[in-house]
Design a protein around this ligand. Structure first.
Ligand code: NAI
Ligand code: 15L
Length: 265
Protein backbone atom coordinates (compact mmCIF):
# COMPACT_ATOMS: atom_id res chain seq x y z
CA UNK A 1 0.00 0.00 0.00
CA UNK A 2 1.61 3.25 -1.06
CA UNK A 3 -0.89 5.96 -0.21
CA UNK A 4 -3.96 5.35 1.97
CA UNK A 5 -6.59 8.07 2.36
CA UNK A 6 -8.43 8.44 5.66
CA UNK A 7 -11.42 10.81 5.67
CA UNK A 8 -12.78 12.02 8.99
CA UNK A 9 -9.20 12.03 10.23
CA UNK A 10 -9.83 14.70 12.89
CA UNK A 11 -12.57 12.59 14.45
CA UNK A 12 -12.45 9.90 17.13
CA UNK A 13 -11.81 6.88 14.90
CA UNK A 14 -9.73 8.85 12.41
CA UNK A 15 -7.40 9.85 15.23
CA UNK A 16 -7.13 6.21 16.31
CA UNK A 17 -6.25 5.01 12.81
CA UNK A 18 -3.81 7.87 12.31
CA UNK A 19 -1.74 6.21 15.05
CA UNK A 20 -2.52 2.53 14.57
CA UNK A 21 -2.03 2.50 10.77
CA UNK A 22 1.29 4.35 10.93
CA UNK A 23 3.65 2.36 8.72
CA UNK A 24 0.86 0.27 7.18
CA UNK A 25 1.03 2.48 4.09
CA UNK A 26 4.03 4.49 2.94
CA UNK A 27 1.90 7.62 3.21
CA UNK A 28 -1.33 8.29 5.12
CA UNK A 29 -3.28 11.06 3.43
CA UNK A 30 -5.46 12.53 6.17
CA UNK A 31 -8.53 14.62 5.44
CA UNK A 32 -11.28 16.35 7.38
CA UNK A 33 -13.23 19.58 7.31
CA UNK A 34 -11.81 20.26 10.77
CA UNK A 35 -8.23 21.04 11.70
CA UNK A 36 -5.95 17.99 11.95
CA UNK A 37 -2.77 19.71 13.04
CA UNK A 38 0.43 19.60 11.02
CA UNK A 39 1.43 16.62 8.88
CA UNK A 40 3.98 14.36 10.55
CA UNK A 41 6.47 12.05 8.90
CA UNK A 42 4.67 9.72 6.47
CA UNK A 43 1.55 11.90 6.41
CA UNK A 44 -0.18 14.36 4.10
CA UNK A 45 -2.91 16.60 5.49
CA UNK A 46 -5.70 17.93 3.27
CA UNK A 47 -8.52 19.96 4.80
CA UNK A 48 -11.71 19.92 2.71
CA UNK A 49 -15.48 19.54 2.70
CA UNK A 50 -16.73 16.16 1.50
CA UNK A 51 -19.65 18.05 -0.06
CA UNK A 52 -17.28 19.69 -2.59
CA UNK A 53 -16.76 17.28 -5.49
CA UNK A 54 -13.74 19.02 -7.02
CA UNK A 55 -11.98 18.96 -3.67
CA UNK A 56 -12.81 15.27 -3.14
CA UNK A 57 -11.65 14.40 -6.67
CA UNK A 58 -8.26 15.97 -5.88
CA UNK A 59 -8.18 14.28 -2.48
CA UNK A 60 -8.72 10.80 -3.91
CA UNK A 61 -6.34 11.24 -6.84
CA UNK A 62 -3.13 9.27 -6.33
CA UNK A 63 -4.39 7.11 -3.48
CA UNK A 64 -4.43 3.29 -3.46
CA UNK A 65 -7.13 2.80 -0.84
CA UNK A 66 -9.74 4.85 1.01
CA UNK A 67 -10.95 4.55 4.61
CA UNK A 68 -14.08 6.67 4.46
CA UNK A 69 -14.94 7.70 8.01
CA UNK A 70 -15.85 11.35 7.39
CA UNK A 71 -19.35 12.64 7.90
CA UNK A 72 -22.01 13.34 10.50
CA UNK A 73 -21.62 10.49 12.99
CA UNK A 74 -24.91 10.67 14.86
CA UNK A 75 -28.48 11.87 14.34
CA UNK A 76 -28.56 15.51 13.28
CA UNK A 77 -30.06 18.12 10.99
CA UNK A 78 -31.01 16.77 7.58
CA UNK A 79 -29.05 19.45 5.70
CA UNK A 80 -25.83 18.51 7.48
CA UNK A 81 -26.38 14.78 6.85
CA UNK A 82 -27.32 15.52 3.24
CA UNK A 83 -24.07 17.36 2.61
CA UNK A 84 -21.58 15.20 4.47
CA UNK A 85 -23.11 11.71 4.31
CA UNK A 86 -25.24 11.60 1.18
CA UNK A 87 -23.31 13.98 -1.07
CA UNK A 88 -19.94 13.20 0.50
CA UNK A 89 -20.24 9.42 0.13
CA UNK A 90 -21.32 9.73 -3.49
CA UNK A 91 -18.33 12.01 -4.09
CA UNK A 92 -15.93 9.44 -2.61
CA UNK A 93 -17.20 6.58 -4.79
CA UNK A 94 -17.45 8.73 -7.91
CA UNK A 95 -13.93 10.10 -7.39
CA UNK A 96 -12.69 6.51 -6.90
CA UNK A 97 -14.28 5.56 -10.22
CA UNK A 98 -12.79 8.52 -12.06
CA UNK A 99 -9.28 8.09 -10.68
CA UNK A 100 -8.76 4.33 -10.65
CA UNK A 101 -9.82 1.22 -8.81
CA UNK A 102 -9.12 2.02 -5.17
CA UNK A 103 -10.76 -0.21 -2.57
CA UNK A 104 -13.05 1.70 -0.20
CA UNK A 105 -13.87 1.02 3.43
CA UNK A 106 -17.24 2.64 4.05
CA UNK A 107 -17.88 3.33 7.73
CA UNK A 108 -21.48 2.20 7.94
CA UNK A 109 -23.25 1.80 11.24
CA UNK A 110 -25.43 -0.53 13.27
CA UNK A 111 -28.05 2.24 12.92
CA UNK A 112 -28.71 0.98 9.37
CA UNK A 113 -30.36 -2.02 11.07
CA UNK A 114 -31.16 -0.35 14.40
CA UNK A 115 -34.87 -1.20 14.47
CA UNK A 116 -34.34 -4.96 14.62
CA UNK A 117 -35.09 -6.42 18.04
CA UNK A 118 -32.14 -7.53 20.12
CA UNK A 119 -33.33 -11.17 20.25
CA UNK A 120 -32.90 -11.35 16.47
CA UNK A 121 -29.39 -12.29 15.40
CA UNK A 122 -28.69 -10.62 12.09
CA UNK A 123 -26.60 -11.87 9.18
CA UNK A 124 -25.80 -10.43 5.80
CA UNK A 125 -29.36 -10.63 4.47
CA UNK A 126 -31.07 -8.79 7.31
CA UNK A 127 -33.34 -6.15 5.83
CA UNK A 128 -32.44 -2.52 6.38
CA UNK A 129 -34.33 -1.07 9.34
CA UNK A 130 -32.78 2.33 9.95
CA UNK A 131 -33.50 3.94 13.29
CA UNK A 132 -32.73 7.55 12.29
CA UNK A 133 -32.07 9.79 9.28
CA UNK A 134 -28.40 9.15 10.11
CA UNK A 135 -29.11 5.41 9.81
CA UNK A 136 -30.84 6.00 6.48
CA UNK A 137 -27.67 7.73 5.25
CA UNK A 138 -25.70 4.59 6.14
CA UNK A 139 -28.15 2.35 4.22
CA UNK A 140 -27.65 4.70 1.28
CA UNK A 141 -23.87 4.48 1.57
CA UNK A 142 -24.00 0.68 1.55
CA UNK A 143 -26.25 0.68 -1.51
CA UNK A 144 -23.90 3.17 -3.20
CA UNK A 145 -20.98 0.80 -2.46
CA UNK A 146 -22.85 -2.14 -4.00
CA UNK A 147 -23.81 -0.10 -7.08
CA UNK A 148 -20.25 1.08 -7.70
CA UNK A 149 -19.01 -2.51 -7.52
CA UNK A 150 -21.75 -4.02 -9.68
CA UNK A 151 -21.42 -1.40 -12.41
CA UNK A 152 -17.80 -0.25 -12.20
CA UNK A 153 -15.91 -2.89 -10.20
CA UNK A 154 -14.97 -0.55 -7.34
CA UNK A 155 -14.34 -2.92 -4.43
CA UNK A 156 -15.49 -2.02 -0.95
CA UNK A 157 -16.26 -3.24 2.52
CA UNK A 158 -19.12 -1.58 4.37
CA UNK A 159 -18.44 -2.01 8.06
CA UNK A 160 -21.57 -1.77 10.20
CA UNK A 161 -19.65 -0.49 13.18
CA UNK A 162 -21.26 -1.23 16.53
CA UNK A 163 -19.84 0.98 19.29
CA UNK A 164 -16.16 1.71 18.79
CA UNK A 165 -14.88 3.31 21.97
CA UNK A 166 -12.02 2.69 24.41
CA UNK A 167 -14.40 0.51 26.47
CA UNK A 168 -18.14 -0.29 26.60
CA UNK A 169 -20.06 2.55 28.27
CA UNK A 170 -23.42 0.88 28.96
CA UNK A 171 -25.17 -2.50 28.94
CA UNK A 172 -26.02 -2.31 25.24
CA UNK A 173 -22.37 -1.92 24.40
CA UNK A 174 -21.63 -5.27 26.07
CA UNK A 175 -23.00 -6.63 22.76
CA UNK A 176 -22.13 -3.83 20.33
CA UNK A 177 -18.59 -2.92 21.45
CA UNK A 178 -15.74 -2.91 18.93
CA UNK A 179 -12.30 -2.33 20.41
CA UNK A 180 -9.88 0.02 18.68
CA UNK A 181 -7.45 -2.88 18.17
CA UNK A 182 -10.13 -5.02 16.51
CA UNK A 183 -11.19 -2.11 14.31
CA UNK A 184 -7.58 -1.63 13.21
CA UNK A 185 -7.14 -5.33 12.43
CA UNK A 186 -10.38 -5.26 10.42
CA UNK A 187 -9.14 -2.32 8.35
CA UNK A 188 -5.90 -4.18 7.62
CA UNK A 189 -7.73 -7.44 6.83
CA UNK A 190 -9.95 -5.78 4.24
CA UNK A 191 -7.06 -4.10 2.45
CA UNK A 192 -4.92 -7.25 2.65
CA UNK A 193 -7.68 -9.47 1.21
CA UNK A 194 -7.19 -10.67 -2.36
CA UNK A 195 -10.69 -9.59 -3.26
CA UNK A 196 -13.65 -8.14 -1.37
CA UNK A 197 -16.40 -7.50 -3.92
CA UNK A 198 -18.88 -5.24 -2.18
CA UNK A 199 -18.85 -6.95 1.19
CA UNK A 200 -20.69 -5.98 4.37
CA UNK A 201 -19.17 -6.81 7.75
CA UNK A 202 -20.52 -6.21 11.23
CA UNK A 203 -17.96 -4.38 13.33
CA UNK A 204 -18.10 -5.93 16.79
CA UNK A 205 -15.46 -7.53 18.98
CA UNK A 206 -15.62 -11.14 20.15
CA UNK A 207 -18.27 -10.30 22.75
CA UNK A 208 -20.19 -12.95 24.68
CA UNK A 209 -23.51 -11.38 23.68
CA UNK A 210 -23.65 -11.67 19.89
CA UNK A 211 -26.32 -9.80 17.91
CA UNK A 212 -24.60 -10.10 14.56
CA UNK A 213 -23.28 -13.01 12.51
CA UNK A 214 -20.22 -12.47 10.29
CA UNK A 215 -20.10 -16.02 8.90
CA UNK A 216 -20.54 -14.69 5.36
CA UNK A 217 -17.38 -12.56 5.71
CA UNK A 218 -15.08 -15.39 6.83
CA UNK A 219 -13.13 -14.93 3.60
CA UNK A 220 -11.62 -11.77 5.07
CA UNK A 221 -9.82 -13.84 7.71
CA UNK A 222 -10.69 -11.24 10.38
CA UNK A 223 -10.77 -12.65 13.90
CA UNK A 224 -11.55 -10.06 16.59
CA UNK A 225 -9.46 -10.66 19.72
CA UNK A 226 -11.15 -8.50 22.37
CA UNK A 227 -14.34 -8.99 24.34
CA UNK A 228 -16.63 -6.64 26.28
CA UNK A 229 -17.10 -9.36 28.91
CA UNK A 230 -14.20 -8.16 31.02
CA UNK A 231 -16.08 -4.87 31.50
CA UNK A 232 -19.43 -6.44 32.43
CA UNK A 233 -19.17 -6.10 36.21
CA UNK A 234 -18.09 -2.47 35.96
CA UNK A 235 -20.84 -1.60 33.45
CA UNK A 236 -23.58 -3.38 35.38
CA UNK A 237 -22.59 -1.72 38.65
CA UNK A 238 -22.75 1.70 37.01
CA UNK A 239 -26.05 1.33 35.08
CA UNK A 240 -29.68 0.53 36.04
CA UNK A 241 -31.41 -2.83 35.40
CA UNK A 242 -32.82 -2.85 31.84
CA UNK A 243 -36.51 -2.08 31.22
CA UNK A 244 -37.32 -4.55 28.46
CA UNK A 245 -40.23 -2.40 27.20
CA UNK A 246 -37.95 0.59 26.64
CA UNK A 247 -37.20 0.97 22.89
CA UNK A 248 -33.65 1.95 23.86
CA UNK A 249 -33.29 -1.57 25.29
CA UNK A 250 -35.45 -3.55 22.83
CA UNK A 251 -33.80 -2.47 19.61
CA UNK A 252 -30.27 -2.89 18.29
CA UNK A 253 -29.98 0.88 17.77
CA UNK A 254 -30.57 1.68 21.44
CA UNK A 255 -31.22 5.36 22.13
CA UNK A 256 -31.27 6.17 18.40
CA UNK A 257 -34.37 3.96 18.04
CA UNK A 258 -35.98 5.55 21.09
CA UNK A 259 -35.41 9.17 20.05
CA UNK A 260 -38.00 11.32 18.25
CA UNK A 261 -37.39 13.24 15.04
CA UNK A 262 -34.25 15.37 15.47
CA UNK A 263 -35.74 18.54 13.98
CA UNK A 264 -38.92 18.59 16.09
CA UNK A 265 -39.02 21.22 18.84
P1 NAI B 1 -16.52 11.67 14.55
O1 NAI B 1 -17.74 12.51 14.56
O2 NAI B 1 -15.61 11.75 15.72
O3 NAI B 1 -15.69 11.95 13.22
C1 NAI B 1 -16.29 12.27 11.99
C2 NAI B 1 -15.42 13.31 11.31
O4 NAI B 1 -16.02 13.66 10.06
C3 NAI B 1 -15.27 14.60 12.12
O5 NAI B 1 -13.92 14.87 12.41
C4 NAI B 1 -15.88 15.66 11.23
O6 NAI B 1 -15.22 16.92 11.28
C5 NAI B 1 -15.79 15.03 9.84
N1 NAI B 1 -16.77 15.61 8.94
C6 NAI B 1 -18.07 15.88 9.19
N2 NAI B 1 -18.63 16.50 8.15
C7 NAI B 1 -17.68 16.63 7.20
C8 NAI B 1 -17.65 17.19 5.90
N3 NAI B 1 -18.74 17.78 5.36
N4 NAI B 1 -16.49 17.16 5.21
C9 NAI B 1 -15.36 16.58 5.74
N5 NAI B 1 -15.34 16.03 6.98
C10 NAI B 1 -16.48 16.05 7.70
O7 NAI B 1 -17.03 10.16 14.34
P2 NAI B 1 -16.26 8.79 14.65
O8 NAI B 1 -16.78 8.25 15.91
O9 NAI B 1 -14.83 8.96 14.46
O10 NAI B 1 -16.85 7.86 13.49
C11 NAI B 1 -16.20 7.76 12.23
C12 NAI B 1 -17.18 7.13 11.25
O11 NAI B 1 -17.59 5.87 11.73
C13 NAI B 1 -18.44 7.96 11.01
O12 NAI B 1 -18.81 7.87 9.65
C14 NAI B 1 -19.47 7.26 11.87
O13 NAI B 1 -20.79 7.42 11.35
C15 NAI B 1 -19.01 5.82 11.80
N6 NAI B 1 -19.40 5.04 12.97
C16 NAI B 1 -18.76 5.25 14.18
C17 NAI B 1 -19.13 4.51 15.27
C18 NAI B 1 -18.41 4.63 16.58
O14 NAI B 1 -18.75 3.88 17.50
N7 NAI B 1 -17.45 5.54 16.74
C19 NAI B 1 -20.24 3.54 15.21
C20 NAI B 1 -20.83 3.43 13.90
C21 NAI B 1 -20.42 4.15 12.82
C1 15L C 1 -22.84 5.27 15.80
O1 15L C 1 -23.16 5.12 14.61
C2 15L C 1 -22.22 6.52 16.28
O2 15L C 1 -21.35 7.09 15.33
C3 15L C 1 -21.47 6.33 17.58
O3 15L C 1 -21.21 7.62 18.16
C4 15L C 1 -22.28 5.49 18.57
O4 15L C 1 -23.47 6.15 18.89
C5 15L C 1 -22.58 4.15 17.92
O5 15L C 1 -23.22 4.31 16.67
C6 15L C 1 -23.45 3.23 18.80
O6 15L C 1 -24.47 2.77 18.32
O7 15L C 1 -23.06 2.99 19.94
Amino acid sequence: MRRLLITGAAGALGSVLRESLKGYADVLRLSDIADMGAAREGEEVVQCDLGDFDAVRGLVDGTDGIVHLGGVSREGAFEAILNANFRGTYHIFEAARQTGKQRVLFASSNHAIGFHEREDRLGKDAPYRADSIYGVSKCYGEIMARYYFDKFGIESVSVRIGSCFPEPRDRRMLATWLSYADFTSLVKAMFDAARTGAAMVYGASDNKEQWWDNGHAAFLGWHPQDSAEGFRAKVEAATPEPDWQDPAVRYHGGSFAAAGHFEDD
